[in-house]
Design a protein around this ligand. Sequence first.
Ligand code: COA
Ligand code: ZN
Length: 318
Amino acid sequence: MFLLQAVNYQAINGVIMKAIDVVIKEVAARDGLQAQPKHLTLAQRRELIAQLAATGVPELEIGSFVSPKAVPQMAGTDQLARDLPSRAIDYSALVPNLRGYELAISAGIKTLAIAIAATEQMNQNNIRMGLDQTFAMAEDMLSRAQTDGVAIHAYLAVAFECPYEGKVKPDQVVSQVQQLMGFEPARLVIADTIGAANPSEVEALMTRLVSEFGTERLGCHFHDTRAMAMANVYASLSAGIRQFDSSAGGLGGCPFAPGAKGNVATEDVVLLCESMGYHTGIDIPALLGCVATLSDMIGTPQGGRGHYWLANNAELFS
Ligand code: COA
Ligand code: ZN
């Protein structure tokens, strides 16, 4: 592998390890499963989480605390939350409203993701609230979170294009980010929920946001609907972004965003980052094992663009 940057090291419990340069949040157990026609059992979801946790990924989204009528695939996330593998991983869950917030906290989750869509209609279809109401809810949750000692990752969904309202103007997104940053989330994730963004607009928007807010709290979430997710990851990396969501095998989709295809695949993002000298802490053979498990559980083959090559060259990374 060619290293384009110096390797950083850090001490964890007295052991010197390569420091993580790019933080990946693995979302297969939530964004990956939430729109699948095949509903996994709780035992399968527990097994998947255990395997994903063993890849070395620093952050793992385990599910969502949503109405089981709206998203039956996520029913029982509270039970998973009470029985997580004891590893040094930041486990998180998506919550759509205050009810979900309270349920997640009482199940012991310390990092919550909240989705705020950039458009009126997407908020209505996703969580049955208008834009103003959604921002007011975000403000309320973020102020509660400070008292409750939990971290919030605020997602600005459909930040490039909305399936109902079309293109979203960058000026609008910048002002929404300004407003949300004022509520002090631990992270603010710019999400291309339907996979409609191109690398030029991603680089332009993320460069603008980084110049205003720095890189520490910003992250990105891409879907691969138009085969540009990897190019968009590279564009955001170039803009300075170091926090990405991705899904093992590229599994993913949103039940309320028609046309949204899979998330960018974790194995592709890891391959891109490690090839360029950015350490992710993720073990490729273990990750490929998760993709095999997912393929078995879902009943169709899963895998990112680099999957075939990686499967034949996994020893390069072990
Ligand atoms: N967790 C579990 N159940 C919940 C809930 C939550 N966070 N919020 C509401 N409910 C239940 C209510 O108790 C009620 O149940 P009942 O019909 O048995 O009485 C039912 O859901 C409807 O509640 P209501 O407050 O009227 O909500 P709604 O019908 O306006 O639906 C959401 C709003 C947010 C609960 C629902 O649309 C949802 O869960 N959406 C999921 C969004 C999502 O996951 N999107 C994908 C990722 S971005
Ligand atoms: Zn998504």
